[in-house]
Write a protein that binds this ligand. Structure first.
Ligand SMILES: Cc1cc2nc3c(=O)[nH]c(=O)nc-3n(C[C@H](O)[C@H](O)[C@H](O)COP(=O)(O)OP(=O)(O)OC[C@H]3O[C@@H](n4cnc5c(N)ncnc54)[C@H](O)[C@@H]3O)c2cc1C
Length: 383
């Protein structure tokens, strides 16, 4: 059975043309100077509907599935991983909205005019997210936030931030209980009083910045809490993890494909010992292995997306796809760099960017070790 219907092939082709023509040249220019994803590019993505692919049509989105979403993700990541990531700031966030909030925010999100940042991780709560310490205290008709958040990507450029915080003391027996998700609007490009932000120096994933945030008696209205007092923030935070893992797997596949395509082109053109290096079996076999790895990761990701869209359980397979694709992306982009020889180790070509960005896919959205833990837990609980 082919997952790729005519409609999906069209979506894929359109995204591929857009990524190669509009995204890749911008990435090659801006990554090296740590420049931001340009607004003009974001506007084009908004026109193509990429921020609203998974938002229902009644709210102005395209109402498509995870499958279509990751097809576009792979293509955008082939151009620039950060661009493939920013579409999640419209599509994936916003869970837990009331009917009124959906009416108010989703249409703007779908157009790419209202994009957010996620403040989940903390200095002492990374893989162990249930250890969040950031506090939300109720004071009259407001919530007051105090505490620190780490790694909040796009916090400056976002139109809103979603924060996971603790509303009471931690119960050691049920650490994720007593947490809530908060949502507040902010002015794009600044931080409101009560939030102190420090830029984190990253080795890649440029195009947007990643921040450490300190909330100091930061006041937000009572309505900022998503859901009601029975809605556990931790569960909302991890509720969309399967599609987030598929999204990350697709980002890794896109990066690896960039490495593979560039390596093929270079191997054809680079001559040593009087022949293109593509004629040497050592290089040919490397390319063959890289291609097989990319395809294996892609097909596993397709399987997971199909399972999500058709309502089948796939937590184990989503962990496998995320783990395999991100480990694969680091291997494949490193091999692509190797095929380029010395020039691969310069900042003149995008190969080193693919490699730096691929490295991150093993860390965020649950590290490789955490994926292996999820997979092995499931294997050992199954009889
Ligand atoms: C560039 C970047 C952008 C990010 N953007 C965001 C964002 O926008 N919002 C957000 O909330 N977070 C974001 N993150 C945070 C990211 O999700 C965390 O870095 C990730 O979850 C890992 O947490 P940690 O860094 O605290 O590592 P730790 O959890 O401290 O892990 C350190 C090491 O220990 C291993 N380890 C931990 N626990 C176990 C275990 N039980 N078994 C085996 N090994 C274990 C890990 O795999 C890792 O190798 C971002 C991170 C980066 C680097």
């Amino acid at each position: 059975m082919s997952y790729l219907t005519e409609e999906r092939l069209l979506i894929q082709r359109t995204a591929r043309e857009f990524a190669l023509k509009e995204v890749l040249p911008v990435a090659n220019e801006l990554d090296r100077v740590k420049g931001d994803i340009p607004m003009s590019l974001r506007d084009q993505m908004g026109d193509l509907g990429y921020f609203g692919m998974r938002i229902p049509e009644e709210y102005g989105g395209l109402g498509l599935g995870v499958f279509e979403y990751i097809l576009v993700t792979e293509e955008l990541a082939r151009g620039w991983m950060s661009v493939a990531s920013i579409i999640a700031r419209g599509n994936g966030l916003g869970g837990g909205f009331s009917a009124e909030q959906k009416q108010k925010y989703l249409p703007r999100m779908a157009r790419g005019e209202f994009l957010g940042a996620m403040a989940l991780s903390e200095p002492e709560a990374g893989s162990d997210l249930a250890n969040v310490q950031c506090k939300a205290r109720r004071d009259g008709d407001e919530w007051v936030l105090n505490g620190s958040k780490m790694w909040c990507t796009f916090a400056d450029g976002a139109d809103y931030i979603q924060v996971l915080a603790r509303t009471g003391e931690m119960d050691p027996a049920r650490r994720h209980a007593g947490t809530a998700m908060f949502f507040f609007e902010k002015e794009r490009g600044t931080f409101p009083p009560g939030i102190q932000a420090t830029n984190i120096n990253k080795i890649g994933y440029h195009g947007w910045r990643t921040w450490e945030l300190h909330f100091d008696d930061f006041r937000i209205p009572l309505t900022a809490r998503l859901g009601d007092e029975n809605t556990e923030g931790f569960k909302s935070a991890v509720g969309f993890l399967e599609s987030a893992r598929a999204h990350t797997a697709a980002r890794a596949v896109g990066l690896a494909r960039g490495g593979l395509e560039d390596a093929i082109a270079y191997a054809r053109q680079r001559v040593q010992f009087g022949k293109p290096i593509a004629s040497f079996q050592a290089i040919r076999f490397k390319l063959a292995e890289m291609a097989a790895e990319v395809e294996a990761a892609r097909q596993l990701t397709y399987f997971v997306c199909d399972a999500i869209d058709t309502g089948r359980r796939c937590d184990k397979e989503a962990g496998m796809a995320k783990w395999f694709a991100s480990e694969m992306a680091e291997r494949v982009t490193s091999q692509a760099l190797q095929i380029h020889g010395g020039v691969g180790y310069t900042t003149d070509l995008p190969i080193e960017r693919y490699w730096r960005d691929a490295r991150l896919t093993k860390i965020f959205e649950g590290t490789s070790e955490i994926q292996l833990r999820i997979i092995s837990d499931r294997l050992l609980e199954d009889r």
